[in-house]
Design a protein around this ligand. Structure first.
Ligand code: HEC
Length: 127
């Protein structure tokens, strides 16, 4: 095989090896189905979840969500149906919002927990 073809073949082979890696790396970027904790924190503040659950979801008049963070189905139920014990339903929240909220609750108490309060600032915050 001429040298140039060999180089091409080698490049194609490396490309084949790299493609799945690139796909795996991109799976957790923006728009992934796992939800975004930053967006979740914004919704938590914007929709006044914090007024009952506390600014850090530490519980205030209502359950502390930090000790035993709710998973996606807990959030889905609470947000869609509300709770007899005093939580109203939030019919305007989308499935995406529910995933973002669940992703946010997952970070509670971890180093990745976003703690910003100025959710309306464009571009910032990132934490
Ligand atoms: C008016 C007060 C109030 C507001 C506002 C409120 N909640 Fe609640 N929430 C409650 C109460 C009370 C409960 C506990 C119900 C129980 O345990 O019986 C609860 C329970 C929950 C649970 C269930 C916890 C579990 O372990 O199942 C989740 C999740 C939750 N809230 C999320 C939210 C989110 C997200 C928002 C904002 C979109 C929000 N809440 C807004 C009062 C509130």
């Amino acid at each position: 095989m001429p040298v140039r073809l060999k180089v091409l073949a080698a490049a194609a082979f490396v490309g084949l090896l790299m493609a799945p890696t690139a796909l795996m790396l991109s799976a957790h970027s923006d728009g992934d189905p796992d939800g975004d904790p930053i967006e979740g924190r914004k919704i938590f503040l914007r929709d006044n979840c914090y007024s009952c659950h506390g600014a850090r979801a530490e519980g205030n008049m209502c359950p502390n969500l930090r000790n035993d963070p709710p998973d996606e189905s807990d959030v889905e139920h609470a947000v869609r149906e509300g709770k007899e014990t005093g939580m109203p339903p939030f019919p305007d929240l989308t499935d995406r919002d529910v995933r973002d909220l669940a992703a946010y609750f997952e970070t509670l108490g971890t180093a990745n927990e976003p703690t910003f309060t100025h959710w309306w600032e464009p571009g910032v915050p990132t934490r």
